[in-house]
Design a protein around this ligand. Structure first.
Ligand code: AGP
Length: 609
């Protein structure tokens, strides 16, 4: 997730306005920044690695001439956060420059095609293919307008994009286009703005024009024109007023980042489905050849590893060992060796325990692989191969969208391994592939259908001395994650166990009315879970079950239930089944008027051991 911005001003320099607007988009990404303006037909660009304030201190981002331009604040997905990879990106002639938010899935093919046509690339980004594509189109059809060239270029792009383009060929307009990545216009007496999100220009105007997928916009000093990308037909759309405060706008109207990020999961899961095959293939090759594999992480990321161990085993018949990073050195520090492979998972890529565990393994010649949400983090620099989980910056301290994005990438790796190792039939793999593609919509449905129900029942569980979370099979990981979410933001003492383990001791805690949350995916464990529910009910427990919709075996047995859509394969179940439990933790925190975004004693990235 990055932030793009552009503006056409009536009678003032654009650069300072672009700079301040990018600051208001910094929550969308902050590893590098750039601005481009045009003045008297000449293109000017300043860009650098680092947060906006740092780059501004170095380069003075306000000092660019011209009353219109574009800007970008980056969250790296392709290409490390370096000056050379920061936006805007330009063509060979430096006459066309582009800022982009999204993921161009077919950029590698386009890059090779354009290189074969003589284009020279300087960055590792997917974005850079866009200005070169426009350049090639204009070279072949010089009479084409910039807007038509952009329109034609978008027909070659696969994936998500919100782009803003300026060119010294036509130094009097900004051309934008969107597909799946957000784009809005702001209209004021002093000028016109385009941005990834409303907060960018909210202090300047609350007159907003929403741009939809498949639309192109031309901004000039006289205003804006919206066209359909498909056929160039013009669309009329008047501005509407938004009544958000600036603070609300950064949260897109949500009261907290955590609930915004829970709602963003469907978009994030779509982005994780756009990972480059070559990265997934490379990492799955390393895993396939590994002698022994440790899955090393902390907290929520550890729960993703725990779920992954079931995925790798059930799909690829590959044994992997989830290990708490903080225990890895004590537990395996002497045993890990050149034949060991570490798959470290860390959304921040900076967790001290995880980095220390990886460093120990590396000293003993183990192969280091990693998943992280933060390209350019320490973990990416010490990994032989890493994959970015595409979740965009996660502001809430409690991990939500980064967890489900980790699970999606791990499931994609497990599926590739299943294919490589020929352990499951092609038809089974096809079904799972199709189901994985459906997950973003399923998660959207769950949020839409279950959120109100969570709000209605949460008070029934608020004053509990302790809350149990139980699951069987892969849902053990979901239960563990649900427990962590509730503990860390609602501060309710919670315990989580494999459901089969509760009779070996924990069940002694059950009193009349003790809430027990069961995660009950429909798989081979379903019958046994029913037995565990009965076991708890017999001791007076109050049961909340997360069930497949219309699971009429469990419904009559429990006090409350939350439903997820039918026929979700068990190995993918943690992604949808965790969503109602994330909502439960969030609304439980609100029951006590806690701030879910800033829970006590916790930090977003634990960089101390
Ligand atoms: C998650 O809700 C917690 N905030 C915490 O457990 C977190 O998952 C853990 O610190 C690991 O962080 P990482 O993914 O950045 O390594």
């Amino acid at each position: 997730m990055c932030g793009i911005f552009g503006c056409f001003l009536k009678n003032e320099n654009a650069a300072p306005v672009i700079h301040s607007s990018l600051k208001r988009l910094e929550y969308r990404g902050y590893d590098s920044v750039g601005i481009a303006t045009i003045s008297e037909g000449t293109l000017f660009i300043k860009k650098g690695q680092g947060k906006i304030d740092i780059v501004h201190k170095d380069l003075n981002l306000d000092d660019l001439p011209g009353n219109f331009g574009i800007g970008h604040t980056r969250w790296a997905t392709h290409g490390a956060p370096l000056q050379i990879n920061s936006h805007p990106h330009s063509d060979c002639t430096d006459k066309i420059t582009v800022v982009h938010n999204g993921i161009i899935e077919n950029f590698n093919d386009l890059k090779i095609e354009l290189q074969n046509l003589g284009h020279t690339f300087v960055s590792k980004t997917d974005t850079e293919v866009i200005p070169h594509l426009i350049e090639e189109i204009i070279k072949n059809k010089p009479a084409l307008s910039l807007a038509n060239a952009v329109q034609e270029a978008t027909k070659r792009l696969e994936g998500s994009y919100a782009i803003a383009v300026i060119s010294s060929y036509e130094p009097d307009k900004i051309v934008c286009a969107r597909n799946e990545s957000p784009l809005v216009l702001g209209i004021s007496n002093n000028g016109i703005y385009c941005a990834s999100d409303i907060p960018a220009f909210l202090p300047l105007t609350n007159k907003v024009v929403m741009i939809n997928d498949g639309e192109l916009v031309i901004l000039t000093t006289d205003g804006y024109q919206i066209k359909k990308l498909q056929d160039g037909s013009t669309l009329e759309r008047a501005p509407e007023r938004v009544e958000w405060s600036a603070e609300m706008a950064v949260k897109h109207g949500y009261p907290h980042f955590m609930i915004k990020e829970i709602h963003e999961q469907s978009e994030v899961l779509r982005n994780t489905m756009r990972l480059q095959d070559r990265y997934l293939d490379l990492m799955s090759t390393f895993l396939d050849r590994a002698t022994e594999i440790f899955l090393v992480a902390c907290g929520t990321s550890y729960h993703a590893c725990l779920a992954a161990s079931y995925m790798f085993s059930k799909l690829a018949f590959l044994p992997t060992y989830p290990v708490y990073a903080s225990e890895f050195i004590e537990q395996y520090g002497k045993a890990v060796n050149i034949d060991s492979t570490i798959l470290a998972v860390s959304q921040s890529g900076e967790t001290a325990d995880t980095i220390a565990a990886v460093a120990t393994a590396q000293q003993r010649a183990a192969t280091i692989l990693s998943l992280t949400n933060t390209i350019g983090s320490t973990l990416t620099r010490i990994s032989r191969v890493y994959i970015g989980t595409q979740a965009g910056p996660e502001i809430g301290v409690a991990a939500t969208k980064t967890f489900t994005s980790q699970l999606s990438v791990l499931a994609q790796l497990a599926l590739r391994l299943a294919k490589k190792r020929g352990k499951v039939s092609q038809s089974e793999i096809d079904v799972l592939d199709a189901q994985l593609e459906k997950l973003p919509d399923l998660v959207d449905t769950i949020v839409k259908t279950q959120e109100e129900k969570v709000k209605q029942i949460v008070h029934k569980y608020a004053n509990s001395k302790v809350i149990f979370f139980l699951g069987r099979g892969i849902s053990t990981a979901t239960a563990f994650e649900a427990r962590l979410k509730l503990m860390e933001i609602a501060y309710i003492p919670s315990v989580a166990f494999p459901a089969g383990e509760s009779k070996h001791g924990p069940i002694s805690l059950i009193e009349q009315g003790t809430p027990v949350v069961f995660v009950c995916q429909k798989d081979d464990t379903h019958k046994t879970v029913i037995g565990n529910i009965m076991e708890m009910k017999a001791r007076g427990a109050k049961i909340l079950a997360i069930i497949e919709e219309d699971d009429n075996e469990i419904k009559p047995l429990v006090d409350d239930y939350l439903e997820v859509p039918k026929n979700i394969p068990s190995v993918l179940s943690p992604i949808p089944y965790v969503v109602p439990l994330q909502l439960l933790a969030y609304y439980m925190a609100l029951e006590f008027n806690y701030d879910p975004d800033m829970p006590r004693n916790l930090a977003k990235s634990v960089t101390v051991k």
